[in-house]
Design a protein around this ligand. Structure first.
Ligand code: PSU
Ligand code: MN
Length: 305
């Protein structure tokens, strides 16, 4: 049984040892509305190619785990209804049942690692939700970062989360949280926050070196890069805070739980900001794709001794 099917472009890149950047698909199906989601993937894949790497968008289609999607597959996925949201727990069942599902950060990391892809760009990872002490809602993305050796380029944890608790869990799990080029931890839609980042690196080369060093030390797990959204596209933390509070209150009032929480909050924030949050979300994903490609290029060049 072949476990996954690479696109032609990804298969060629894998055999030639060319740099590849994995991309998730939950952001397409559950994170953004159509048609902006489709436009976003096309732009993201373009940015990765322009930076000298090959994009590998990952999803399960009719039971097949695809690493790299064709234009037709992406176009279909972006407007298809009823696509499942697949995390570590759901991936194998969806494949075994011949289903179609979009991969979260956790499931995308699993597939990327399986295919030998070391770098992955997303928007923001899942984490500890406010009220987790009651709801126990902690994303499986955190555990995945602890065990799967992929460098994940994000704009931090999504600001809908309890960021201090998310940082505590990541620290407990031994996941390096590395701000790119600044001391403060970016907060997804906002380029800075009041929280200092646990670690800081200023170049793609050094991120690649840290990735290699982790492997050489025999440490399992990945690295979380927190790449600030460009200043001109950000929404300051003070502006986002009341909107996020409103969205979280609405989710509670409507009894939204489990997998539905994150998609609900993103959609609600899109409405409350009259679309501004989506423009920022797209800008930060593009920015992450660019950095991820630079890291992948650096990883594919053997280090000088
Ligand atoms: N980043 C975005 N939009 C998203 C997500 C990330 O900009 O929709 C998705 C990712 O797939 C992430 C998931 O893994 O949200 C987290 O979901 P949960 O909180 O249910 O684990
Ligand atoms: Mn959750």
């Amino acid at each position: 049984m072949t476990l996954y099917t690479p696109s032609i472009e990804v298969a060629e890149a894998l055999s030639a040892g060319k740099p590849i950047v994995a991309l998730e698909s939950t952001i397409i199906t559950h994170g953004m509305p159509y048609p902006q989601n489709l436009d976003m993937v096309r732009q993201v894949e373009g940015v990765v190619r322009d930076a000298g790497a090959v994009p590998a968008t990952i999803a399960v289609i009719d039971g097949t785990l695809h690493v790299g999607l064709s234009e037709a597959q992406v176009t279909d996925l972006a407007q298809r209804d009823g696509v499942a949201k697949l995390s570590r727990a759901d991936l194998a069942v969806c494949m075994a049942q011949g289903g179609t599902g979009a991969t979260t950060v956790a499931a995308t990391m699993i597939a990327a690692h399986l295919a030998g892809i070391a770098v992955f760009a997303t928007g923001g990872i899942g984490g500890v939700h406010p009220g987790a002490e009651e709801s126990f809602d902690i994303s499986a993305d955190l555990q995945e970062l602890a065990q799967t050796a992929v460098t994940v380029v994000s704009a931090g944890a999504k600001a809908i989360l309890d960021i201090p608790k998310t940082l505590e869990v990541l620290e407990t799990l031994g996941v390096p949280v590395i701000a790119y080029g600044q001391d403060s931890l970016p907060a997804f839609w906002s380029s800075t926050s009041a929280l200092p980042a646990p670690l800081r690196i200023d170049t793609a080369e050094e991120i690649a070196r840290a990735h290699r060093t982790r492997a050489a030390l025999g440490l399992p797990g990945g690295q979380l890069i927190a790449n600030p959204v460009p200043q001109e596209a950000q929404i300051p933390e003070g502006e986002m805070a009341p909107i996020i509070a409103q969205a979280n209150a609405d989710a509670q009032a409507q009894g939204i739980t489990g997998k539905a929480v994150t998609p609900f909050l993103l959609q609600r924030i899109f409405e409350l900001t009259e679309g501004a949050s989506l423009a920022t979300n797209i800008a930060l994903v593009l920015n992450n794709a660019r950095l991820a490609a630079e890291i992948a290029v650096s990883l594919s060049n053997p280090p000088d001794n």
